[in-house]
Write a protein that binds this ligand. Sequence first.
Ligand SMILES: [Zn+2]
Ligand SMILES: [Zn+2]
Length: 478
Amino acid sequence: MNCKYHTQEKAQWFCHDCDISFCLNCCDMNEREIAPRCLLCRSHLNSLGVSDKVTPFWNKLSDFNKYPWQKGAMNFLMLYMGIAFVIGLINDFIPFWILNRLLLITLFSIGIGYVFKVLITTAKGNFEAPSYDEAIIFDSEGMTGKVMGLFLILIVIGYFAIVPMGLTALQIYLALISFSMPAILIILAMEKHVFSALNPARIATCIKAVGWPYLLLFGFSYLIDNGLGFAMSEIHFWLPQAIAYPLLFGAGAYFYIVKFNMFGYVAFQYHNELGYGIEYENLLDNESEDAPIKRLLAKSDVYVQEGRFEDAEHVLYELAENKQHTVKALERLVRLNIARQNPAGALKAAKNYFDNPNLEQVSAEALRLYENMIGFEPRFKPMNARARAVLVKQMKHKRYADEVKKLCSISEKMKSDLNLPWLMLARARFESEAMNDDTKALKVLDTLLSKYPNGAHQREAEQLRQVCRSMQHKLPSA
Ligand SMILES: [Zn+2]
Ligand SMILES: [Zn+2]
């Protein structure tokens, strides 16, 4: 499906109220909103999401297994085992328990930082393993603290509230936690709040959003944990820590990367159902500098095509405020008002357009717009000499003779215009080059140089006078 207004563009958003599909730029985006808004009715747009188009997670198991073997993850694992080795050495030789615990927590926290990074990166639809330097600025969001807080709360609840209720209650409690763990970790990663991750209502909506496949997710996650348990039981604890640490933490990191990659993929596959505007958030984070401009342009297209000219005008004037885009926006405004047969609007926009100091850079377009404008309103002409000079300079053909004459007739008001010499110079060039009338050109140049003998135009005017004179001398002999 393509955008209704930009038929070349793939549709990315959908408005249920208007029943219209929009492309990426055809929307209003505001930070701190869950989704972009419809330009026509202002309600939130739905992303033409991915959950029905992507491979479901249960068909991606081999990809999850390959994930730790990607370059970024491999480098991380190597580095991580290296750090584990050093910490193991220190703990072997300096058996001081506070130091030992602190170093262990550091080691855990590097791992936690990386696996959550894996989850979030994957959830955003990026299936490339993050590099280890992204992990070493680990834990910028305090994930270690949050994970520890989360388990601490679970233990405290278990110890003080559940244990007194008996063994069966404890078993149910543990089973529930184990079943909810994938949902808890996904919520924690995506929302970064311990309390929403532990909120039973939030956990339930998360499980419900995934639906029956959640059972599969739980099953796979359970199998991975078993694999990890097996790996760990094979690593003998009587080994010196310098050797046991890299093996234990390496295996742990490996299995957890697989697991968090899978969780991330689930968040990606179900982001719509889970209520995470992942693409949207991703869009705002990664958008290029000119994206807001593109959106304004697209927006004006929507309004024009819907016949909402005042909204379109509003958007274009907003665009015109950006100096880089003033000319483009004003040009659209002129055309828009010509199309809607609104002389006042067209004249206002055209006046602004031709007053623009950067007109010279778009002189060909300026002439085209001028011609459209006089087709619509024959009495129109720019009221400043600079714009007129730009236009005359572009008129390189005899057929423009009348136009040039019209543009070079100077009203009282323009007599003091500082750019008048440039207009006269352009006129002289037109007479000489387009009309082949060097006598006339010389007359203009003489007036110009006697009236305004000094200034930036002087050199060019004198050169042109030289050329015209030599042409005049040549002509009779030819
Ligand atoms: Zn569009
Ligand atoms: Zn709508």
